[in-house]
Write a protein that binds this ligand. Sequence first.
Ligand code: F6R
Length: 258
Amino acid sequence: MEIVIKSNADAAATLTAQLIAARVRAKPDLVLGLATGRTMEAVYTKLAALELDFSRCRSFNLDEYIGVPPTDKHSYRCYMDERLFDKINIVKTNTHVPDGMAPDLGAEVARYELLIKEAGGIDLQLLGIGEDGHIGFNEPLSALMSRTREKALTPATRRQNAGMFGGDPDRVPKRALTMGVGTILEAREIVLLATGPDKAAILAKAVEGSISAMISASAIQLHPRCKVVLDQDAAGALTQRDYYDWVFQNEPEWQAYR
Ligand code: F6R
């Protein structure tokens, strides 16, 4: 794992967008794993502004609320269309979000796993982190080998996401479909972006603490090709910052991003 600490949230989002752009340029038929949430909004704005060619790319989103139609502005499908897909030249039918309205959710999660497999797996998975340590909607105690499935959201997650529902946690759906931790770990590369002081404590536990099902994000420690991009606030509780900075300033692979 490599940790890059940028001066502020904007710079962290810029670096994340640059990393994605580099992969799209290197592999025009890249299979992207995408996240939603407030942290990613700046990344998608910047990515769209780069005017890359996404015409051969495919994408798989991590998660979707159950019972929220794709036309509803609270759905993650709508989030993705508005913030990214409608602004780039990706073919909409090549963008995938789990269907939280499917009559048979068991069949839907199996279909989603199969689609990822048929696409040849995910090349680059973008992740945020929840205040309870979730990635996707893998809430505490999610099995580290879990696959795409239905998951009940914690009160902490419903509070965290209330902003998108008029500030009322009770309006946030109670359940979601999410790729599993095991599904996420199969991506060939992972980039996790976290910004802001609310993420500092959980981020430090996830990357410098023990691997535990209580903190799903800690599973990224198992991944051989994983980058964590932070702003100063989200990096606030890390103990080895000097080392992470030294690596970023000196290792050749980061030269283009310094
Ligand atoms: C959403 C997702 C979540 C978010 C996380 C952080 O698709 O995967 O794990 O990345 O909840 O959300 P924000 O960025 O809103 O703090």
